[in-house]
Design a protein around this ligand. Structure first.
Ligand code: HEC
Length: 114
């Protein structure tokens, strides 16, 4: 029975890890879409998800993935065009990443105040 107990412990640790650390880079939700629509009224969950995937895929190559709440909106808007060039994003991809980041930036700031 010890093996089972160990597996259970391992699973618990893994779950705790994900609960604590994963929300740093979070997938967009329906709430985010509603939030984003205040700014871009044709934005969709698919678009935000694309932005999220691009961000994870393209922006962690040279440095660790920066948490969205590390920078404020203005700083993101400043740095993103520079980083998009570094990551060789197309204009369209840059737009998707920008929408994802700005949405998360704002919804993170408005809901969970630390
Ligand atoms: C080719 C390498 C490269 C890629 C790809 C890249 N970065 Fe960077 N990034 C850097 C370097 C180098 C710095 C530090 C120099 C600086 O701050 O200008 C940096 C710094 C940053 C910072 C910190 C800025 C600050 O004010 O502290 C953020 C945020 C960032 N990158 C986001 C991104 C995002 C978003 C993407 C994807 C679109 C991306 N990076 C892709 C090289 C890269």
């Amino acid at each position: 029975m010890n093996g089972l107990k160990n597996k259970f412990l391992l699973l618990t640790c893994i779950s705790i890890f994900f609960i604590c650390c994963a929300p740093a880079i979070i997938k967009p939700t329906i709430e985010d879409v509603n939030f984003a629509k205040q700014k871009w009224n044709d934005v969709s969950l698919a678009q935000l998800n694309n932005g999220y995937s691009l961000y994870v895929a393209k922006c962690g190559g040279c440095h660790f993935l920066h948490k969205i709440n590390e920078l404020n909106e203005n700083r993101w808007l400043e740095i993103l065009p520079i980083m998009s060039k570094k990551a060789k994003l197309t204009d369209e991809q840059n737009d998707l990443v920008m929408k994802y980041i700005i949405t998360k930036c704002k919804s993170a700031n408005s809901s969970a105040k630390k």
